[in-house]
Ligand binder design. Sequence first.
Ligand SMILES: NC(=O)c1ccc[n+]([C@@H]2O[C@H](COP(=O)([O-])OP(=O)(O)OC[C@H]3O[C@@H](n4cnc5c(N)ncnc54)[C@H](O)[C@@H]3O)[C@@H](O)[C@H]2O)c1
Length: 202
Amino acid sequence: MNILVAGGAGYIGSHTCVVLLEAGYNVIVADNLCNSKAVVIDMINKITGKKLLFYNVDVTDESSVDSIFSKHRVDGVMHFAGLKSVGESVEKPLDYYCNNIIATLVLIKSCIKYKDSNFVFSSSATVYGDNDVPFKETMQLRPTSNPYGETKVMSEKILTDIAKVNSDFSVSLLRYFNPVGAHESGLIGEEQTEFQIISCRT
Ligand SMILES: NC(=O)c1ccc[n+]([C@@H]2O[C@H](COP(=O)([O-])OP(=O)(O)OC[C@H]3O[C@@H](n4cnc5c(N)ncnc54)[C@H](O)[C@@H]3O)[C@@H](O)[C@H]2O)c1
């Protein structure tokens, strides 16, 4: 099976590519490297001893995405290609709405056109808004406090609305908190522009 990993050079995407390759999937990465480096692709290949296909493209660009789908049979899409800084999204809401929403729309359009029926979206626990923890998947979603969060809520809504009328289009939404750590090889991890201090209680 061929899996298209949008944002596969990023933190979560790169670790996902490793797992997919190790599980025997063929991996195609589409990433414009706006928050990652090309060397990550070499590192994924090094860790797994396999070779993924890399396209340096912006997934908001419909013709670039269409050309990937026209060249390869895509059996599933995993969509991690998003801008992710909450603070930056408050300062630059237009950048966040354009990038995150258009990327989702463009990827869905190609899935529907080429009859790829599996879509996994990297959403966020931020969609639960100010609900009380622990969050449950059945909870009513509450408004988020920033444009980044709203792009996740909107993308989820777009995906579920489209899945409702396309019975073959299956959507999974990943609503996680902030993952931490790096691959045990030390070759891939999060690209940090600032240090984060994590305190652990034993
Ligand atoms: N890291 C977290 O704590 C966390 C938590 C919850 C949800 N998420 C979500 O998961 C996704 C991946 O997170 P991450 O931490 O790996 O982020 P990341 O910035 O490391 O990876 C995102 C990748 O997408 C690429 N990208 C962004 N816009 C693109 C575009 N238009 N076209 C092509 N490539 C594009 C970037 O270059 C980068 O390689 C994001 O959507 C993020 O919102 C992350």
